[in-house]
Design a protein around this ligand. Structure first.
Ligand code: NAD
Length: 512
């Protein structure tokens, strides 16, 4: 558990009341963290700004060394990090290991290796005769101070993870973790210090939404992961200072099971990718559309698998399958979606209620006879529920899948890969998997980001680091006379020659 020693100095002097951090699997208060005020956030950003030029100046190789040491620190300290994550989220050991530790360890190595390639100067050739012989270059320069604001569902991967490429690019970073799960971020600050990161290049600003809002006013780029509702507020606030934002927001990922799917694999995937991390994954399978011929078989297989899941407080590897609901209000949202569905005619095949305490748990739940009048099919549930709907054919499935304000991810299941991929290309989502789900997130080479109200911009891939830079174009004239022909004074003959040149270059296009 994080101690008060891990809290930034400014935070310890904070005048605002502290926020208690609870273990959702037990209900115990495990720490109290300070809420940084606007003035304290300003002070952190001032220190970050002062530290940044030296961090930028040491270059990719030296920054890469720090990141590789941090990678080793994560693997050396994995049990301690897992214990911290499990204690503040209530998730299972496995959910912390696979989706957090493995991600962070891979990400440190990936960005250390790829940052110099993805941010290298790009020589450009132009066909325009006016710039012939000149040196043309696009280069990427760190923005300065990046503010990362994160959610509670993956404190390491989704909060801290976005800091790694920002640091690799040469920025200072201030992380505002969720007030529900701040301890992992404080532990990572310790890890980066132990890995030789210079003082003030990475700092944690603990606090609530007001602390996050204060951070937006001060930084040069805001990387926000959280709900669509807060994402809109973040963008509005950032507009006041014209600060660019990256937004990774909510989702309602559809799964489309076609009649020629491998039903057993699809059922295993549906059970796992809807219930892992207690269903609190932005790219969780949140709703399923199954073609009529395989509907009964699919529902029976999924219900059997979900019904057997072991839920409870994780006491180590292999102890439980589904953990707690991390955020107290989320329990009510999950239950209200199930109640709303049942009131409108849905049937609960397994689960369907808040589990008995201590701790906050919702039983792994399968719902059928659902439709789009129900919130469980249209709003983000973010819990261990799986509503399954029968459809006549692929076109109906596609229409319903696209009938959503969200567009984060989706999956299509078919043994006919050509048919599956053709359908995938028609789904309105930033990522679509065929015969799979979620694993795209582990491929850091692949851009990941939402369409519609699921976000703006991408993480991972080239865009996942270039967003933390300012693109600068350089034009260097090496060989030139005292005056170029197009300069003042204008002369009739030169103007006529330029006209001729324009016709010669561009006037030969075919007329219809
Ligand atoms: P949230 O929007 O409630 O909070 C996210 C963060 O924003 C927290 O740190 C919070 O303190 C801060 N915040 C709140 N108000 C703010 C304001 N006015 N200005 C600045 N910051 C403010 O989200 P949450 O409940 O923590 O997380 C769950 C949501 O996150 C779900 O919708 C989920 O889908 C989404 N999510 C998306 C991704 C993705 O990659 N697209 C990943 C993980 C989670």
């Amino acid at each position: 558990m994080a101690s008060v020693e891990q809290v930034p100095a400014a935070a310890k002097n904070g005048t605002n009341p502290g926020i208690p951090v609870e273990n959702p699997a037990t209900g115990e208060t495990i720490a109290t963290i300070p809420t940084l005020s606007t003035a304290e956030v300003k002070a952190l950003v001032g220190r970050a700004r002062a530290a940044q030029p030296a961090w930028e100046a040491i270059g990719f190789e030296e920054r890469g060394k720090v990141l590789r040491r941090a990678q080793k620190w994560v693997t050396d300290n994995s049990e301690r990090i897992i214990a911290t994550i499990v204690s503040e989220t209530g998730k299972t050991y496995e959910d912390a290991q696979l989706a957090e530790i493995m991600y962070a360890a891979a990400a440190f190595g990936f960005w250390a290796k790829e940052a110099p390639n993805l941010l290298a100067d790009e020589p450009v050739k132009s066909a325009n005769p006016l710039v012939k012989g000149k040196k043309l270059v696009v280069r990427y320069r760190p923005v300065g101070v990046v503010g990362v604001i994160g959610p509670w569902n993956f404190p390491l991967t989704n909060s801290f993870g976005d800091c790694i490429p920002a640091l690799a690019a040469g920025n200072s970073v201030i992380l505002k973790p969720s007030e529900v799960t701040p301890l992992t971020s404080l532990l990572m600050a310790e890890g980066l210090r132990a890995s030789g990161l210079p003082e003030d290049v990475f700092q944690v600003a603990t606090g609530d939404g007001a602390t996050g809002a204060a951070l937006i006013d001060e930084v040069d780029f805001v990387m926000f992961t959280g709900s669509t509702k807060t994402g809109k507020k973040v963008m509005e606030r950032a507009a006041k200072t014209l600060t660019p934002v990256g937004l990774e927001l909510g989702g309602k990922d559809p799964m489309i099971v076609l009649s020629d799917a491998d039903v057993e694999r699809a059922a295993n995937a549906a059970a796992y990718y809807s219930m892992n991390n207690g269903g609190q994954v932005c790219i969780s399978i949140e709703r399923v559309y199954v073609e009529a011929p395989v509907y009964d078989q699919f529902v029976a297989r999924v219900t059997e698998k979900v019904g057997k899941l072991r839920q409870g407080r994780s006491s180590g590897p292999g102890s439980v399958d589904v953990g707690a609901v991390t955020f107290p209000p989320q329990l009510d949202i999950i239950d209200s979606h199930v109640r709303d569905a049942v009131a409108k005619g849905a049937r609960v095949l397994t689960g369907g209620r808040v589990a008995d305490g201590p701790g906050m748990f919702y039983e792994p739940t399968v719902l059928v006879d659902v439709d789009h009048t129900m919130s469980c099919m249209t709003e983000e549930t973010f819990g261990p529920t799986l509503p399954i709907m029968k459809v006549a054919d692929a076109d109906e499935a596609l229409r319903l899948a696209n009938d959503s304000p969200y567009g984060l991810q989706a999956s299509v299941w078919s043994k006919d890969l050509r048919r599956g991929e053709a359908l995938a290309r028609r789904v309105e989502a930033g990522t679509v998997c065929v015969n799979d789900a979620q694993v795209n997130y582990t491929a850091l080479e692949l851009p990941m980001g939402g369409w519609k109200t699921s976000g703006l911009g991408t993480r991972h891939g080239a865009g996942g680091i270039r967003k933390y830079t300012q693109q600068q174009t350089l034009l260097v004239t090496r060989f030139a006379g005292k005056r170029d022909p197009h300069m003042f004074p204008y002369k009739k003959r030169t103007t006529q020659l330029l006209g001729k040149l324009t016709r010669l270059l561009y006037g030969r296009g075919k007329r219809d």
